[in-house]
Write a protein that binds this ligand. Structure first.
Ligand code: SF4
Length: 353
């Protein structure tokens, strides 16, 4: 188990062995309506060669966390507290010039939509070659050869010829492959993939996921894989962190979380997933309600306005007291371990089939 999470108010010491350590991270934005607390006390570790799947609905803070790791936030409107240590280097206080050296080199990102990452004005080969030249000092010719090599690695046929094409001459799946080539060209230690296959059809999605797994084997990168799709996580990740309203609510190995999930929000996510082996005429069971506004997040457990299990907790704790993640197999919920086990086995699992 490589991923460790704890909630606000219970910071854990950085793991000296972790490649990436996020500690008690708070990210907030000033808006016309007030301050949005997009990430509110998040801690986790990630080691090299491992894949951490971060799952949650829109607005859970998963993308903001990763943009903050990359330093891609507007400092005019953003306040960051806490620590992000990459091989011991503190990123939250790093200068832009230092972050620029890291981006595309040690840390790279694959976005959901390649058209936002690839410029329509330059050939695909040039766009892969340029970061390589910038970060390694390679000659134009060596960088072009590297771009062709990378296009071959990600499965573009005739890479020598296709390197001279513009993005619009590639299909959607090929553009995604080209963006992966661009992200991996400098052999980054950390790859952040933000919903990288959402816009692709199922067959191409499976090919891209296989490609990422193969490339991770080859390059040994750590991967943070962001998605709202637990099915994709099951296929890709060693560990899972479930986020809700700016914090982690559950974490564990992928096998643990999918076999015996402990948090009512995770139960809701699993219950709302379509299944091929279920009665296709039966309606899906979405989680009731909507994610909360992070301008005025709910008191206590942030999931309490949507949680159907809060009456099983003594007193009014769900409304008054924010639950913390325990240091071992963790879910941030006031239900006892016994209650979580019993509810899952007797009430949730039968519904999941
Ligand atoms: Fe539900 Fe209470 Fe657990 Fe929150 S702490 S998930 S409201 S039971």
């Amino acid at each position: 188990m490589t991923t460790v999470t704890k909630e606000a108010g219970a910071p854990v010491p950085a793991d000296a062995g972790a490649f990436l350590s996020v500690r008690d991270l708070h990210v907030s934005f000033k808006t016309e309506d007030g301050v949005v607390k997009a990430v509110d006390g998040l801690s986790f570790d990630l080691e090299r060669g491992r894949t951490l799947g971060i799952v949650g609905e829109s607005g859970s803070g998963k993308s903001v966390t990763n943009l903050t790791i990359l330093g891609l936030h507007n400092p005019m409107f953003t306040t960051i507290e806490g620590e992000i240590l990459l091989e011991g280097q503190e990123l939250t206080t790093a200068r832009e010039s230092e972050l620029e050296k890291l981006r595309g080199n040690k840390v790279a990102m694959i976005f959901q939509d390649p058209l936002t990452a690839l410029s329509p004005y330059y050939t695909v080969g040039r766009q892969i070659a340029e970061p390589f030249m910038k970060h390694t000092g390679a000659s134009k010719k060596a960088a072009w050869d590297r771009a062709v090599e990378m296009l071959g690695k990600v499965g573009i046929p005739n890479p020598k010829e296709r390197a001279g094409d513009y993005p619009h001459q590639f299909s959607g799946g090929m553009r995604q492959r080209a963006m992966i080539a661009m992200a991996l060209v400098c052999d980054p230690d950390l790859l952040i993939a933000d919903e990288p296959t959402t816009a692709l059809d199922v067959t191409v999605q499976a090919q891209i996921l296989d490609l990422l797994k193969d490339l991770q084997q080859e390059f040994g990168s750590a991967i943070i894989f962001i998605t709202h799709d637990l099915g994709v996580i099951a296929d890709m990740a060693d560990d899972i962190m479930v986020m809700y309203a700016g914090g982690a609510v559950e974490r564990g190995t992928t096998a643990e979380v999918l076999r015996s999930p402990q948090h009512p929000y995770t139960w809701g996510l699993l219950n709302s997933m379509p299944r091929l082996d279920s009665d296709l005429s039966a309606p899906l069971a979405p989680i009731p309600g909507t994610p909360p506004s992070l301008l005025n997040p709910p008191s206590g457990c942030r999931f309490h306005p949507r949680c159907t299990f809060q009456d099983r907790v003594d007193g009014n704790r769900c409304v008054t007291e924010r639950p913390l993640l325990a240091p071992d197999r963790a879910s941030a919920c006031h239900l006892t371990a016994e209650q979580k086990r019993t509810i899952f086995v007797e009430e949730i699992r039968p519904r999941l089939g």
